[in-house]
Structures are given as structure tokens and as C-alpha cells.
Design a protein around this ligand. Structure first.
Ligand code: HSE
Length: 319
């Protein structure tokens, strides 16, 4: 096999209470990647197709796909999986996820290339190793190698990072009727900036409330207890600081919950806002309310309604 087409999904990190540890994968949107194996050593990004409203680093070495794949190749060659060692990759990237959107743009691209390279080379690496390579892309993009976007992108469903050192990630149960509504205000918030403003120390009382919520959210997912999920979607640590970055954040939350959303919050580091709902019908009504709230603001936006993507990144064609 010489070439592969990959679809790598957008993701929602944090899920309110689970800063840096919980994330889920969406069915839409997602980045598309054409990845070709080559006998010419090195990594070449031949084409990037994206919307006009954003730019990507002109130096390919500053692109997350380059960094993630480089870390993959380094390990591959160290382990001498490839006897010839003359191995390279050509990449064409179709960026459907806006960088700085808060729905895992860098994670989707990084996860996609390492997943594709692994298939092309006969699966030398396991899931946890792929996550590690993709995390190098996150380190470049945000200054921190957080895994709460790349893990759900690669594993699908809802994932939980139990520990970073050592890396220990588990896939949680996804209730069938759980849907996600997203609004992406077209303003850019860099994850590095949104992390910079956070406090490095938190109150014990806040910590207690937060870990209670995380535990209950996990229980709610397994028990398919939508009321418990709803009560657990509360963030007393990060959201109060980041909310000011997002126009009409609290109005969005209130109006979406009034129409039946279980709850939600800032998607990753924002500016996207997510809401969870029980069922497609309610999720669509919630997305409609998001549109309504933003139609009166002077901010462009996009909305999505998606079920949870249980599979995660996938490949669909070979050449
Ligand atoms: N957990 C990360 C953050 C996700 O909130 O900074 C970034 O998408």
C-alpha cells in the first residue's frame, strides 16, 4: 500500500469539568489527509487546502503534521522497523477545522497523519504510542502536550486521561442518545493564550467540587443517566476565567438549557461552545438557539450538530 486517505474528526476537550483529561470525538467536521509513502526520506507537505479566513505557518516544519510525523518516524527508525530505512512521506492536507477554533484543529491533523502512517507501515505502533506522537503536535501548537483532543480523535468516543506520567488513557462508555451542538464564533483564541490566563493554584473547595463532577460525569455516561450527566457538566475552575473571552457565553448557556440541553461549556480552550443533549431532536433545537443568540451579535459564526463519533479517525481509500 502506497497511499491512504484519512478522515480525522474534530473533538471537544474538557467537557466542562475535565480540564486536560476528558474529551470526545465528533462526526463532523473533520480534516482530510492524503498520505503517501515514499522512498525519498523526509516529510513533505505538498498541498494544504483551507478556507480563506485563516492562514497556517508558511514554514512546513512549524506545522503540527510535520512535527507529529517526525516524532513517529524517529521512533520507527530507532526501532529499526524498516530494514531499508529510506522512508519518507508526502502529505496533502485539507483543513476543514479552523485553527484556533477550540474543536481540536491541530489534534485532528496530527492524529490523522500518525494514524495513516501506522497503517501504511503495517501497524508497528499501538494506540498509546500514536497518541504520544500526536501529542508532539499539541506541544507545538499550544506549548503543552495535552492529550484530551488527540486521544478521542484516535480512539473515538469519550476518553479519559487518568495520568500523563505515565500516559494512561481509557475509553469511556458513550450513551447512544448523546448528541453535541457546537457554535464556533469566528474569532481566534490561541490555546497558549487561553492557558496563560489560568491560575496555577486552586482552592481545595473548588477541587472537591470539580472531582466530584468528573466522577459523576463518568458514572452518568456508564449508567446512561442523562440527569446525572446534566448535573455534572459544571466547571468551577477554568470556565469562570475563560468565559470572558467568548461573546455572550452565559446567555448561550442559559438559552440552550432552557430549550432542553443537558449542559455544556467552553469547547477546549474556546472560542467554540458545546452543549450536550439527549437525542438528535433536542440537539437540533439547541443548535438553532445558538444561531438565534449569535444572529444579534456582530460576530460571524458556524454551528454544527453531531452525534458522538465512536470510531474516531478512519481511513477510507488506498492508492
Ligand atoms: N485542555 C486543553 C485546554 C484543550 O483547555 O487548554 C485545548 O483544546
Amino acid at each position: 500500500m502506497k497511499g491512504i486517505k484519512i478522515f480525522s474528526p474534530a473533538t471537544v476537550a474538557n467537557l466542562a469539568c475535565g480540564f486536560d483529561v476528558i474529551g470526545l470525538a465528533l462526526e463532523i467536521p473533520g480534516d482530510e489527509i492524503f498520505l503517501y509513502k515514499s522512498n525519498n526520506p523526509g516529510i513533505r507537505i505538498n498541498k494544504i487546502i483551507h478556507g480563506t479566513s485563516f492562514s497556517l505557518p508558511s514554514d512546513p516544519k512549524k506545522n503540527v503534521v510535520f512535527v507529529a510525523l517526525q516524532s513517529f518516524l524517529k521512533k520507527y527508525q530507532q526501532q529499526k522497523f524498516d530494514k531499508e530505512r529510506r522512508i519518507g512521506f508526502e502529505i496533502e492536507l485539507i483543513k476543514n477545522i479552523h485553527p484556533g477554533s477550540g474543536i481540536g484543529s491541530s489534534a485532528a491533523s496530527a492524529a490523522g497523519v500518525v494514524f495513516g502512517a501506522n497503517i501504511l507501515l503495517g501497524k508497528p505502533f499501538n494506540t498509546m504510542q500514536l497518541i504520544r506522537f500526536a501529542m508532539e503536535g499539541e506541544r507545538l501548537a499550544s506549548g503543552t502536550a495535552h492529550a484530551d483532543n488527540v486521544a478521542p480523535a484516535i480512539m473515538g468516543g469519550v476518553t479519559l486521561v487518568r495520568s500523563y506520567k505515565p500516559l494512561d488513557i481509557t475509553k469511556l462508555h458513550t450513551p447512544n442518545e448523546l448528541w453535541v451542538s457546537i457554535i464556533h464564533p469566528q474569532i481566534e483564541i490561541k490555546t497558549s493564550d487561553a492557558r496563560e490566563i489560568l491560575k496555577q493554584k486552586i482552592l481545595m473547595t473548588d477541587a472537591i467540587r470539580q472531582w466530584g463532577n468528573i466522577g459523576a460525569l463518568v458514572a452518568g455516561l456508564y449508567q446512561e443517566d442523562y440527569e446525572l450527566i446534566s448535573r455534572s457538566l459544571e466547571d468551577v475552575i477554568v470556565e469562570p476565567i475563560r468565559a470572558m473571552l467568548i461573546p455572550a457565553f452565559y446567555e448561550l448557556k442559559i438559552r440552550c438549557k432552557e430549550i432542553g440541553a443537558l449542559g455544556g461549556g467552553i469547547s477546549g480552550s474556546g472560542p467554540s461552545v458545546f452543549m450536550l443533549s439527549k437525542g438528535n431532536h433536542t440537539a437540533k433545537a439547541v443548535t438553532k438557539i445558538m444561531n438565534c443568540v449569535y444572529s444579534s451579535l456582530k460576530v460571524d459564526y458556524k454551528t454544527y450538530t453531531s452525534p458522538i463519533n465512536k470510531q474516531g479517525v478512519k481511513w477510507s481509500e488506498i492508492f
